[in-house]
Design a protein around this ligand. Structure first.
Ligand code: GLU
Ligand code: MG
Length: 431
């Protein structure tokens, strides 16, 4: 039983805005649910219901608390202690609702386990920037680390109280940019953590009188801001299945197929992992984000990076061997982003795709003989590519696809007439 007055039943919408309703904590019990409205899933990132949704003003759903995902939000100066519980959007009889992003991830994980005998670990890496400063900013500097020393200390204790295990806290390369990483967890918990960490970090900064943004382009012309997903593939009980020291890039046959699916469907799922108009300014060569759709060993321009292993002192590489998906940003709902990644990987295994090409060393992106596919160059073309992919659409319900496209088109429409810098300003206040 929590000391907090309220328990907030939380979901995150298609534009990655966390929302929900609260009940009094003294009335909360496992199985608690509150009413919810279908059209809420069609609210844009700036906060109004999109046109052309398959939902209107009628209909009811419920937000059903997942008691295993309770989190305590304690220790943020000026913010009352609160209990939060991640909740699934269900029909009134408790049956799953096909547009709930968290349910989509849960069902995807069930399929990964039951049909493919695989389990995963995941961890989301978040970058963000402090806004409104005019002082100089040096990459990775100890000075900037110390500048945010007190905040870092509060942040770590708030995250730990909320059941998140932070791993690294660092000044990043970009202007006034920082990064917080988390220890690997089971995938659902990792995505729940990603939903929560952004809000908690913003609140901790707000309490210190500072403003931050996770927007993919915090300052036009400067480094972009990504949300990278580290993931490891394992057998049902955590057995090593992805590592083969003799294979190209050390990818086992199952890992090579899984990653081949991500590369094959990377273009068609771009509107899911890069869901904002400004996301496409980040996804360019020489930005250390994703220059083209390829899998590269230790390559920070790849959509999929084969991560290094720490073998100092004879540490074994097999269990640590894992991958990093570098295309995502904070506009993407973490449950949906991870689900899409896994669905693409499962597609690679289902179709028995030939092993993904693993690129070693630097890549010259001006080389016209390169065979890598390019990412779409804008959200509107990414939406068209998504609409043209029967395979990617088949991963979701028809209602979900219609809603997702309607929300994203509405967000584009809402920005019409705004310059790129004005769009960046809008999103630096949203994310
Ligand atoms: N800021 C880069 C991005 O937009 C990532 C830099 C790095 O951590 O490798 O994804
Ligand atoms: Mg980084």
């Amino acid at each position: 039983m929590s000391d907090s007055t309220f328990t907030f039943l939380a979901t995150s919408d298609l534009s990655s805005r966390i929302k929900g309703r609260s009940v009094l904590s003294k009335n909360y019990a496992p199985g608690t649910s509150v009413g919810w409205v279908p059209a809420n899933i069609g609210i844009t990132n700036t906060g109004h219901i999109a046109e052309d949704l398959p939902f209107g003003s009628s209909g009811d759903l419920r937000l059903l608390a997942d008691d295993e995902s309770i989190r305590q939000i304690n220790g943020i100066p000026g913010v009352p202690d609160t209990q939060l519980v991640f909740s699934d959007i269900v029909k009134n009889d408790g049956e799953p609702w096909s547009c709930c992003p968290r349910t989509i991830l849960k069902e995807t994980l069930q399929e990964l386990s039951e049909k493919f005998g695989l389990s995963m670990t995941a961890s989301f890496e978040h970058e963000f920037s402090e806004k409104g400063l005019t002082t100089a900013s040096h990459p990775f500097s100890f000075l900037r680390f110390l500048d945010h020393g007190e905040i870092g200390k509060t942040l770590v204790s708030v995250l730990e109280a909320a059941g998140i295990r932070p791993e690294c806290w660092l000044p990043e390369y970009g202007k006034h940019q920082y990064e917080i990483t988390m220890e690997p967890e089971k995938p659902l918990q990792a995505a729940d953590n990603a939903v929560l960490i952004r809000e908690l970090t913003k609140q901790v900064y707000r309490a210190a009188g500072k403003k931050i943004t996770f927007s993919p382009v915090p300052f036009p012309g400067d480094a972009g801001t990504g949300v990278h997903i580290h993931f490891g593939l394992y057998g049902p009980a955590g057995e090593v299945v992805a590592y083969d020291p003799k294979a190209p890039g050390r990818l086992s046959s199952i890992a090579a197929k899984f990653n081949a699916g991500i590369i094959k469907y990377g273009r068609a799922m771009t509107a899911i992992f890069a869901p904002l108009s400004i996301s496409y300014d980040r996804l360019k060569p020489n930005n250390w984000s994703t220059a083209k759709i390829f899998c590269g060993v230790e390559n920070r321009e790849a959509l999929l990076r084969v991560c290094p292993t720490n073998e100092i002192g004879g540490k074994a590489p097999d269990k640590q061997f894992h991958f990093e998906f570098r295309g995502g940003d904070a506009g993407a709902n973490p449950w949906l982003l991870l689900a899409a990644l896994i669905k693409a990987g499962m597609e690679g295994i289902r179709q028995d795709l030939p092993p993904v090409d693993v690129v070693a060393g630097e890549v010259d992106f001006t080389d016209e003989s390169l065979s890598f596919e390019s990412l779409p160059d804008s959200l509107s073309s990414a939406l068209q590519v998504l609409e043209g992919s029967d395979t990617v659409k088949s991963w979701f319900s028809k209602e979900f696809v219609e809603t997702y496209i309607a929300v994203k088109r509405q967000e584009l429409k809402d920005l019409e007439g705004k310059s790129f810098s004005e769009q960046c300003e809008v999103y630096s206040n949203v994310y």
